[in-house]
Design a protein around this ligand. Structure first.
Ligand code: HAM
Length: 424
């Protein structure tokens, strides 16, 4: 009986070489757009203390309640694979005393994240996010700047049918008062709500705006809106963000039903969606989190940022057909294929290949024990420009373009290839 074939865990995937180019392109565009705008790359650990997410993301969120990969590290400490990047980056901001740097501090990241969700198209258990966080300023220009950066990134990678929705959640105080008002409204219409929403009236009433069932939707259509309950200051902040987006030519829709799945948001929240995606239409989203750094034990430091799913960006983009597929990687040219007719020449072939690579050539050697005919076929398959054939008798060089083959001095092989390549 042969052993059972193992597969990647459900909701995870391999990024194969032919899929790497599309991902690399997103990363390249991100760097090109973010770094001149003052954003420095940050990488935090894959796992963190569980408490960071419990305190940072919020106990009542789906992410913390049911989606975290949490484990005991064997020393009695509870660790969690990061489900998101904002809380870890705020932790790093505090830990490294970044509040002493000129503010705001601008950071960007591209990392893998982990959520135990039901896998479906565009939803994975390990996925990648690109994101930015700007910490240390409550200027509405920060909100607008980060939004413009995501709009520009999506534009640069060719994401199709993108729509931006924005809203404001106001201050925690306004939100608390509104929450009570919304709860009262939900309780009044209890019988018309889905059981799911009914169960969460106490814990997370705002999520009722996300519900799909017609009964709940009807109730929510008549529900009070947080956007109408903002303090003057928060309303002014939101108006300023909108004015700046107008100035930057970024189109948006104000959507007072917009809710985000994480608890740390204050004031501005936003989401980019693409109609090119299915049910999981959110390409990227984020907002302001003015209380998060303090909640994690740091100094008062307002922040704002977003994250976008790499797989969803690729899915929504013109030149990438599938969540984890992309255009074929353009392989670098093979200038030299080193063949040998006799095993005693193998070490020499190895040496020549290493030498050729150090000289900056694209070089490959025979590794599969093929006959000379097979080796020439392989050289052709990889598109080699020259083939060096090492034998007991000496060395020969075959020009794969002209088909011409001639004997050469072994020590001259590299020089000949370099010259031949230069002439091409
Ligand atoms: P989020 O909305 O939870 O926000 O995730 C951001 C993006 O990550 C989503 O729009 C989606 O593209 C992608 N994403 C999320 N979950 C999955 C999944 N299971 N499979 C594939 N893609 C997924 C955050 O994570 C916040 N930290 C964003 C933020 C940064 N807010 C402020 N700063």
């Amino acid at each position: 009986m042969s052993p059972e074939k193992l597969q990647a865990p459900r909701g995870t995937f391999d990024v194969l070489p032919e899929q790497a180019a599309a991902r690399a392109a997103v990363e390249r565009e991100a760097r090109r757009i973010f770094e001149p705008a003052g954003y420095g790359r940050i990488e935090t650990p894959t796992f963190e203390a569980t408490e960071l997410f419990a305190r940072g993301v919020g106990e009542s969120t789906d992410v913390v309640q049911k989606e975290m990969y949490t484990f005991d590290d064997g020393g009695g400490r509870s660790l969690t694979l990061r489900p998101e990047g904002t809380a870890p980056i705020c932790r790093a901001y505090i830990e490294h005393g970044m509040h002493k740097l000129p503010q705001p501090v601008r950071l960007w990241y591209l990392s893998s994240f982990y959520r135990h969700e039901a896998p479906q198209a565009g939803r994975f258990r390990q996925f990648w996010q690109v994101g930015v966080e700007t910490i240390g300023s409550d200027d509405p220009a920060v909100d607008a700047e980060t939004i413009v950066l995501l709009a520009d990134l999506l534009d640069a990678v060719g994401a199709r049918d993108v729509r931006l929705r924005i809203s404001s959640l106001g201050s925690p105080e306004a939100r608390a008062a509104y929450r009570a008002e919304l709860q009262a409204h939900l309780r009044e219409h209890r019988a018309e709500l889905s059981s799911d929403v009914r169960e969460r009236i106490d814990l997370n009433p705002l999520r009722a705006f996300d519900a799909d069932d017609p009964g709940t939707r009807e109730v929510m259509a008549g529900a009070p809106r947080l956007l109408d309950r903002l303090s003057d200051e928060d309303a002014e902040h939101f108006a300023e963000v909108r004015a700046l987006l107008d100035r930057a030519g970024v189109a948006y829709e104000v959507d007072s039903t917009l809710v985000r799945g994480l608890d740390y948001y204050t004031r501005t929240v936003f989401e980019f969606e693409s109609a090119a995606l299915g049910a999981q239409s959110g390409v990227g989203g984020g907002g302001r989190y003015d209380g998060l750094v303090e909640a994690l034990g740091g100094p008062p430091a307002p922040g704002c940022g977003w994250a976008a799913g790499i797989e969803r960006i690729l899915l929504a983009s013109d030149d990438a057909g599938g969540a984890v597929s992309g255009p074929p990687t353009s392989t670098p040219p093979v200038d030299l294929f080193v063949a040998f007719t006799d095993l005693t020449r193998r070490a020499d072939a190895f040496g020549l290949t290493a030498e050729a690579r150090r000289a900056g050539l694209g070089a490959q050697m025979e590794l599969a024990g093929r006959s000379l005919k097979g080796q020439l076929k392989q050289a052709d398959r990889v598109g080699a420009r020259f083939v060096a054939i090492l034998s007991v008798a000496g060395a020969a060089l075959k020009d794969m373009e002209s088909g011409e083959q001639r004997d050469v001095d072994r020590v001259a092989v590299l020089r000949e290839v370099l010259r031949g390549r230069g002439a091409a």
